[in-house]
Design a protein around this ligand. Sequence first.
Ligand SMILES: *Cc1c(COP(=O)(O)O)cnc(C)c1O
Length: 385
Amino acid sequence: MASRIPFNRVTAAGNELEYVAEAVRSDHISGDGPFTRRCHALLEQLLGAPRVLLTTSCTHALEMCALLLDIRPGDEVILPSFTFPSTGAAFLLRGARPVFCDIRPDTLNLDERRLPELLGERTRAIVAVHYAGVACEMQVLGEVAARHGLHLIEDNAHGLFGSWRGRPLGTLGCLATLSFHESKNLTCGEGGALVVNDPSHTERAEILREKGTDRSRFFRGEVDRYTWVDLGSSYLPSDILAAFLYGQLEARERIQAARRRAFETYRELLEGPAAALGLQLPTVPEDCRPAYHLFHVLFPDEACREQARSYMTAHGIKAVTHYEPLHLSGIGQRLGCRQGMCPVTESVARRILRLPLYPALTAAEQEDVVRTLVAAFHGQGRGTR
Ligand SMILES: *Cc1c(COP(=O)(O)O)cnc(C)c1O
């Protein structure tokens, strides 16, 4: 049965469909056409980043990070266990060993206090994932990276338009990645971007993204033909996708304002019940402005969470769990990880529930979600219609 209130709903928020038609009518639907250039310019301006390059996914942008930083077999890369597999897979693909760090119980971000025991001679990089669009402890991460000569990368799939101490997320590491997958705040179905904050990586990033050729230089008239000059793959999206994305980017303020309103409404509606029922609501530190990517609730235990989830599903409301701890995945086990290595991650993965959050969600629907959640928690089985 389809949910009355789905977990996510994508809507064209502005001119997406007109721009797609315009792209198709133009003579350029492959990559790096007019809409890709407009997306690049707008993202560079909004972030204040020297170079942004659209990619086919956040995963591919992470693979580009591994290539740009020359990550090799034997290298170690530290990342949170509580993230999407791509955060580690991109580095594993280059032969590096992902080293899983536990998360903080408040923000659910990589716990910087655990770093000393994970750092070693082979450590090359730390990947910060700003969970739900709330910044990691970037002061400490920056200091640790500088002290040990490590690269600091941001997997900013959740955090576009969030900020830390007034600085946009995605501009705090030497490289950062964005996702425009259907499940993210802004989308073109499948897509992503690489944010190059250290300009020494710009030229090579353009080459890696274009099959290892210097085609970007050729298009700028800097060389009279282009050739194969380096490693590379095809990481650039069609201009049709860039056209859809440009429509979303133009509508960003409306999209973000609607998500923010929904986030704050949940907090108001849940504050009372949460205190009474022992639920933990999202923590947003003083120096962070979130990107309002998710609204999650932490239940006291897994049984409560499962009871609420199935009750809500039965009543037409789709609330969902989140990441399976990476250190307990098949890959994690092959790397020798065991239960108990990241206890906070393990506990959070069992207790977390994400509530429906999308721009078209109405306040009445949110009241319905909260009423159903509370009824489920009490196990009273009262309908909500
Ligand atoms: C969604 C997500 C990804 C993968 O994004 P794609 O664009 O689908 O490749 C990577 N990391 C995190 C933290 C994500 O949430």
